[in-house]
Ligand binder design. Structure first.
Ligand code: HEC
Length: 112
């Protein structure tokens, strides 16, 4: 019983990168990362990044990706449509999400 309770708690504190992606990112970036989430409409001035586009994603460095997730589009000279997540996720979760994104794009981020 205690084990179940503890497992439940640690789960709530640290969700997996995939869960966080589905929860926080998929409504814009899409469940599979193609930039086709339910909130993405063609009439928006900027569309959510297609995270499966290797060529586009490889233009970003690891810290670019980390920064835009933590501080949002406004802080990184990108569209303010991309919200900041630094208050919703821990640094560790953000780093895991960056690793998850490099799987989605099947690419390596560029050198810093
Ligand atoms: C409300 C919609 C929305 C949500 C939710 C959202 N994004 Fe974005 N995201 C955008 C938009 C729009 C852009 C394109 C910004 C631009 O190119 O100016 C973007 C761009 C990005 C980029 C590329 C930034 C760059 O420098 O090109 C990354 C990486 C990214 N988002 C990751 C995430 C992650 C990870 C999450 C979930 C934690 C997330 N986004 C949630 C809308 C969203």
């Amino acid at each position: 019983m205690l084990a179940v309770l503890l497992f439940g708690m640690s789960h709530a504190l640290a969700a997996s990168a995939e869960e966080n992606y589905k929860w926080y990112c998929s409504q814009c970036h899409g469940l599979t990362g193609k930039g086709d989430g339910i909130n993405a409409t063609p009439d928006q001035p900027v569309n959510p990044k297609n995270h499966t586009d290797s060529a586009e994603m490889a233009k970003l460095s690891t810290s670019d990706v980390e920064n835009v997730i933590r501080d949002g589009g406004a802080a990184t000279s990108k569209s303010t449509m991309m919200p900041p997540w630094g208050k919703s996720m821990t640094e560790a979760e953000i780093k895991e999400l960056v690793a998850y994104l490099s799987k989605l794009c099947n690419c390596k981020f560029k050198k810093e």
